[in-house]
Design a protein around this ligand. Structure first.
Ligand SMILES: [Mn+2]
Length: 392
């Protein structure tokens, strides 16, 4: 399993217990599991991943590529013989792409050298995006840069759509997420789920077969007004035979006067009456545009990064500052405090001074209402009406 076994870094105890029962059940029947963490099940640099818990609790569940708490990751944490095959795990590394790419490339070179000394089947598990199977900003590189050649198979995770490549130097695959994780993926009608990989005993290239999996629930997308939602959903879910209730992503066509709270109530009622799970994917209003004072920033289709930038630009009043703020966000999300610090210093520097002074003046034009006296005193002394110096 090449990472993101869990969708969250800190699943609650019930979910963890369920996972432990699931893997114990199969391990008791002789199955062996080998896993590496992904970005979703990696909480922070100094925390255990939930996969540590599974490895501790389940005999036959092996975790590779995860730093032990308070320890260092050595060869024994990257390489493991399980039954007849040797598995190698590439750690999931947090950080900005350049740093991650460098670290991953180094580990892959090590693994490549170790694997050359080994006979029989050798499998690498790794969690990163490759071009052209994911968008440029999500990809760490191309197969030629980052895949080891001296192994029988590379099991990849992170890209949600299915990719199986057998005409590269080494066979590799993304199996595709078990279920659609977003409304975009509902539209992507494709095979998904586990792959059956046969490893020849002589260590030659693997043969990859897909295992058809029937999802436990149907995933659908419905566009309707609040008044017509119930009948539109009923129409779509009629005759579905899955054991779990269907999950329906809803695009609501809302009138100008309908509040989000009212719309949510309609959704809750329809979900209850029809025994379905409804997710509000978007609210579309006549003539709605970003920044309109209707109180609803309706998600806009198209590039998500572009929308985020447009919203930020509207908020901060400057394209350049908006771009810097997004850079800061990316650095913080990646946990790269060094880069985050550099971006903050740039923002506080002379180059952005004019734009930031205008922004600070706008934000502090009116004192913010607050019920806490300490806060009121602080804001009274605050940077209202002053320059950037007092703000920083
Ligand atoms: Mn991932």
């Amino acid at each position: 399993m090449s990472g993101d076994v869990f969708d969250v870094a800190r699943p609650d105890n019930r979910e963890l217990a369920r996972a432990v029962r699931f893997f114990r059940g199969w391990a008791g029947r002789g199955l062996r599991f080998v896993a590496v963490p992904g970005d979703h099940d990696t909480p922070g640099l100094r925390d255990h991943t939930p996969l540590h818990t599974l490895a501790e609790a389940v005999d036959g569940f092996f975790l590779l590529g995860a730093v032990p708490l308070g320890g260092r990751l050595g060869r024994e944490g990257l390489e493991r013989r399980v039954d007849g095959a040797v598995f190698y795990g590439v750690p999931y590394v947090r950080g900005v792409p350049e740093r991650r790419r460098g670290l991953v490339a180094r580990v892959v070179r090590l693994i490549d050298a170790w694997a050359r000394e080994v006979r029989g089947p050798r499998v690498v598990l790794a969690h990163f995006g490759l071009e052209p199977f994911t968008h440029e900003s999500d990809a760490l590189g191309r197969p030629g840069d980052l895949l080891p050649r001296s192994v029988s198979y590379v099991a990849l995770g992170h890209v949600h759509r299915r990719v199986v490549v057998t005409d590269f130097g080494v066979p590799f695959a993304y199996p595709g997420s078990l279920v659609p994780m977003s409304v975009e993926e509902v539209r992507l009608r494709q095979e998904r789920g586990p792959l059956l990989v046969e490893l020849p005993g002589d260590g030659g290239p693997a043969r990859v077969e897909s295992v058809p999996v029937e999802p436990a629930r149907a995933y659908l997308e419905v566009t309707a007004s609040a008044g017509e939602l119930a009948s539109a959903v009923a129409e779509r879910v009629r005759g579905l035979g899955q054991e779990e209730p269907p999950l329906v992503h809803v695009h609501l066509l809302a009138g100008r006067g309908e509040s989000v709270r009212e719309l949510r109530r309609v959704l809750e009622r329809v979900a209850r009456d029809l025994h379905v799970v409804l997710r509000l994917a978007s609210i579309r209003r006549p003539g709605a545009r970003l920044g309109a004072s209707s109180g609803v920033a309706a998600p806009v289709e198209g590039s998500p990064g572009g929308v985020e930038l447009a919203v930020l630009e509207e908020l901060v009043g400057s394209r350049r500052v908006a771009e810097k703020v997004l850079e800061l966000k990316a650095a913080l999300v990646a946990g790269d405090m060094e880069l985050a610090g550099r971006v903050v210093l740039e923002l506080a520097g002379e180059e952005y001074r004019g734009e930031l002074e205008r922004l600070v003046a706008r934000l502090y034009r009116a004192p913010r209402p607050s019920s806490r006296p300490a806060r009121r005193r602080a804001s009274a002394r605050g940077p209202r009406g002053r320059g950037l110096d007092s703000f920083f």
